[in-house]
Design a protein around this ligand. Structure first.
Ligand code: BES
Ligand code: MN
Ligand code: ZN
Length: 492
């Protein structure tokens, strides 16, 4: 799907469908009013009992005096309550209606809406991301496709073009591509999306954009002394990979932003085996790594002026004769020892070695992204990702980027008081801290490996995928990470 910014008038636009907004109380937006005037009141007449409720739609065909064959009215809710969420809902509703239509092109007149103090670039980004998100499909494993490919391939954003808006458009298209990649990797089952598959996907991205790539194999991990990562992969027949992808779009002297993503391609829990119900969802346990790959791809595609290193430790967590056992003590790359009290707390084990490894890149900032704890899902549900940081300025930057990207986070404390829950009688620390504050003690564990770094951790266990009927990967938090990298480099 192609997007272009083009000054158009709603009555004269020669598009398969013109999309205009209407607030509740039958209050037409300026574009809707122009259509109505050109059609000599035919639009108003056709409204009937349309409520204008956010996300409601009404399709009108063959309005007199209007060049477009179809006009799609989209409810925006009460004008006084119109804000970011309503805009995004309206875009999504428009996208879903357009999917059914069979129009080849459409002009989205919703895009000029005034949203608080947001600049128009925000509208452009969210229009593109919302449309692309709604048109995403994952049917490559079905032999009987449910529906034909939607026909829509051109979307006009009727605004007068500027370099700022063109940048917003390029950013959004690249972000949508990156998020779609992350989403597809999340949706692929663990028998296809193995650590080797992730490494091959990263190599594809590296080839496409001429990025640096290194893949550490088991023997490299052994030589380095990554005892924690190795303890997780022990019982798996899939060789582990530690994938490192480098994009250098910034000044040579600029220290990189290092993104570290959890890449457990399947989490059975190991010897601390998970219950059978919904265990299939643990194929998404590599969503952190997938979001790192999607983010690096997006930044490279838009030639962002940033230096970024993506570090993706990837392996399976399996039970078996060679598996780690509760009580085992391992030595991490940092030299600290860990008593594995629960083999299902494996994410922190692969991350602690990857974070220690990340220090080699002399990072300006390190952010890790992980589907780390069920406790985070209990705390924040599927709306916000958990944010933890050892640097408040970094936390603030991430939160602002998350609001901007509407890929939101909520900060949790990382106080020393929680550290004592990780006490072990037999090693420097245990890998679990009991039930209370489970997502915080997981973050506290990671904090012990990042003391010398400016570091933040995103727990995306609740946001990287949806359960239930709409089960599937979301592509989050690629939009947040891309926005953060750009804002951090000075682009607001
Ligand atoms: N991958 C899971 C976290 C998870 C659980 C994500 C549910 C999404 C939904 C992680 O490896 C895990 O198993 N965590 C344990 C930690 C516990 C053993 C301390 C958990 O959250 O139950
Ligand atoms: Mn686990
Ligand atoms: Zn896991």
């Amino acid at each position: 799907m192609e997007f272009s910014i083009k000054a158009l008038s709603p009555e004269a636009a020669k598009a398969g469908c013109v999309v205009v907004g209407i607030h509740s109380g039958k209050e037409l937006t300026p574009a809707a009013r122009r259509v109505d005037q050109a059609a000599r009141g035919a639009l108003r007449k056709a409204l009937g009992d349309l409520s204008g409720k956010t996300g409601s739609t009404l399709l009108l065909r063959g309005l007199p005096g209007v060049a477009a064959e179809r006009v799609l009215l989209v409810g925006l809710g009460a004008r006084s309550e119109f804000a970011e969420a309503q805009f995004r809902d309206a875009v999504r509703a428009a996208a879903n209606a357009l999917k059914e239509l069979g129009a080849k092109d459409a002009a989205l007149f919703l895009v000029d809406a005034k949203i608080g103090s947001r600049a128009l670039g925000w509208n452009v980004r969210h229009a593109v991301l919302g449309m692309r998100d709604a048109f995403y499909r994952f049917d490559q494993l079905k032999t009987q496709k449910k529906a034909p490919e939607p026909a829509l391939d051109q979307v006009f954003l009727p605004l007068s073009s500027s370099s700022k808006l063109q940048d917003a458009l390029a950013e959004a298209s690249a972000t949508a591509d990156g998020a779609a990649l992350a989403r597809t990797l999340g949706n692929l089952p663990a028998n296809i999306c193995t650590p080797a598959y992730l490494a091959a996907e990263a190599a594809k991205v590296a080839r496409q954009f001429k990025l640096g790539i290194d893949v550490l194999e088991r023997r490299d991990m052994e030589k380095l002394g990554m005892g924690a990562l190795l303890s997780v992969t022990r019982a798996s027949h899939q060789p582990p990979k530690l994938i490192v992808l480098r994009y250098s779009g910034g000044a040579k002297t600029k220290k990189p932003l290092v993104l570290v993503g959890k890449g457990i391609t399947f989490d059975t829990g190991g010897i601390s085996l998970k219950p059978a119900a919904e265990m299939d969802e643990m194929k998404f346990d590599m969503s952190g790594a997938a979001s790192v790959l999607g983010t690096v791809k997006a930044l490279a595609a838009m030639r962002a002026p940033v230096n970024v290193v993506g570090v993706m430790p990837a392996c399976e967590n399996m039970p078996g004769g060679a598996a780690s056992k509760p009580g085992d003590v391992v030595t991490t790359l940092s030299g600290q020892t860990v008593e594995i009290l629960n083999t299902d707390a494996e994410g922190r084990l692969i991350l602690c070695d990857a974070l220690a490894y990340a220090a080699r890149f002399n990072p300006e900032v390190v952010v890790d992204i992980a589907t780390l704890t069920g406790a985070c899902v209990i705390a924040l549900g599927h709306v916000a990702s958990g944010l933890f940081a050892n640097d408040q300025k970094l936390a603030d930057e991430l939160r602002e980027a998350a609001d901007d990207a509407w890929d939101r986070v909520w900060q949790m404390p990382l106080w020393e008081d929680y550290q004592e829950q990780l006490r072990s009688n037999f090693a420097d620390m245990a890998n679990i801290g009991g039930r209370p504050a489970g997502c915080i003690t997981a973050a506290c564990f990671l904090a012990r490996f990042t003391r010398k770094l400016r570091w933040a951790h995103l727990d995306i266990a609740g946001t990287a995928w949806k359960s239930g009927r709409e089960k599937g990967s979301t592509g989050r938090p690629v939009p947040l990470l891309v926005r953060f990298a750009l804002r951090h480099a000075g682009r607001k």
